[in-house]
Design a protein around this ligand. Structure first.
Ligand code: PMT
Length: 405
């Protein structure tokens, strides 16, 4: 079975002679078991008909922001979130320029700008356009954004000239993607436990003690692990986001105690456990079973009791070969506090993020982390999208577990 089986692929097609090759590419993706959504530029439709593409992909082809007939809005954001990868083949000089410079005047470029997944770009153009400094600068800018450029081959071009500019053959593009995803199947069959979101500790039936965690960081780690083949159990506090990958087993909880109970069920069979939840350290000692009324009462005093420390509990139960990863959310004295937590909770790795860094921690789509390991080594990462931070964290976990094996 191909590693592309079950993958969601957005296939972007631009207006170039090589668009005829996208039909073969689409067929190969479908044959490999992928689900494909075609997004075509207006110029692309001059070269290849949406009817063919829709028949082969079994989905309507998306090209405009709105359907002219129904007024239905095509959401580039939803498409960007749906995709496990986006492949732009052929990518013309014009679209490459728009992507590199954020010129979002068509559905393909807006989808690209919304994509959280890896993006593969297969340029196709005349040799002089290909080697022009402007095209080369745009391509190197796209590379610097983490996109993958599938270099064009040399050969006979539609212009009658010979040189570099032929879109890579569809079979080779499929092999390129299969290699990419195979390298990322490094968690195949592994059980991974992840906690995410806040916990809510009841004061009364309408009030709770909670925190600002949105779950985005933990959910991104869950998606990353699942996309690398892991069996993921995600124990999630109350959040308003959901998972994309239907294979992720989401267990919803509210309080720290419930989270601990669920973690203890999954932990014994988990090779890797990643504690990303912002667990409330304290809970009201005597939550009221009726709403505390404002009238007829002095200002209430809420007595708190200590919640269980989930990471520390699992740290005590950890067996050799199990990897336990914690987070440290700090506001000051970051490294000292994180290193203390690493030792105290018997963690193998701690991911440090600080509220002093703009764009990091709660609610944001980005985070800035340092990864500190039990052997004392440390890696500092720049501010990145949480999906990319998740990939860095998983890479570090795998490298560390291999170095210990
Ligand atoms: O959800 P987002 O909006 O995307 O925000 C992400 C995040 C900021 C919540 C996340 O990146 C993060 O830092 N999570 C850990 C938050 C936290 O509780 O940190 P801490 O330093 O208080 O706890 C240290 C470790 O012990 C954490 O792994 C925590 O999950 C765990 N812990 C803490 C308390 C407790 N009672 N039980 C625990 O298991």
């Amino acid at each position: 079975m191909s590693v592309l089986s079950g993958k969601h692929i957005v296939l972007g097609i631009c207006g170039g002679i090589a668009a005829y090759k996208s039909v073969s590419l689409l067929r190969l993706f479908i044959k490999a078991g992928a689900e494909v959504q075609v997004v075509i530029t207006p110029a692309g439709k001059e070269f290849i008909t949406p009817v063919t593409l829709s028949a082969l992909s079994h989905k309507p082809v998306v090209s405009e922001f709105f359907s002219a007939n129904t007024g239905e809005w095509h959401s580039h954001v939803d498409l960007g979130l749906w995709a496990d990868c986006m492949v732009i083949a052929p990518a013309t000089a014009s679209t490459i320029g728009k992507m590199a410079n954020g010129i979002a005047d068509n559905m393909l470029v807006t989808t690209y700008l919304s994509a959280k997944s890896p993006v593969f770009i297969a340029p196709a153009m005349d040799l002089d356009m290909m080697r022009h400094p402007s095209t080369q600068a745009n391509l190197s800018r796209l590379r610097s954004y983490g996109n993958h450029i599938i270099e064009p081959a040399s050969g006979y071009l539609a212009s009658g000239l010979e040189g570099k500019g032929r879109m890579e053959e569809p079979e080779n593009i499929v092999v390129y993607l299969e290699r990419f995803f195979a390298e990322r199947s490094d968690l195949e069959g592994k059980n991974v436990l992840i906690t995410a979101g806040p916990t809510y500790e009841k004061i009364d039936p309408v009030r709770f003690i909670g925190n600002y965690s949105s779950g985005k960081m933990g959910y991104a780690i869950a998606e990353e692990c699942a996309s690398r083949g892991a069996n993921v159990t995600l124990v999630s506090g109350p959040v308003s986001i959901s998972v994309k990958n239907p294979g992720i087993n989401v267990v919803r909880v509210e309080s720290a105690k419930e989270m601990l109970d669920e973690c203890r069920k999954a932990f014994p069979t988990s090779e890797i456990s990643i504690m990303c939840a912002a667990v409330a350290d304290y809970a009201p000692a005597n939550p009221s079973d009726r709403k505390i009324k404002r009238e007829h009462q002095e200002v209430p005093v809420i007595t708190l009791v200590k919640n269980p420390d989930i990471a520390a509990t699992l740290g005590k139960e950890k067996r050799s070969g199990q990897m336990l990863v914690g987070f440290a959310l700090e506001t000051d004295n970051e490294t000292v506090n994180a290193t203390e937590k690493l030792a105290k909770k018997n963690l193998d790795i701690i991911v440090l993020n600080s509220l002093r860094d703009k764009g990091a921690c709660f609610g944001t789509d980005t985070n800035k982390v340092s990864i500190i390991k039990a052997d004392g080594s440390r890696t500092d990462f720049p501010l990145k999208d949480k999906a990319k931070v998740a990939a860095d964290i998983v890479d570090e976990i795998i490298n560390f577990s291999q170095s210990k094996a």
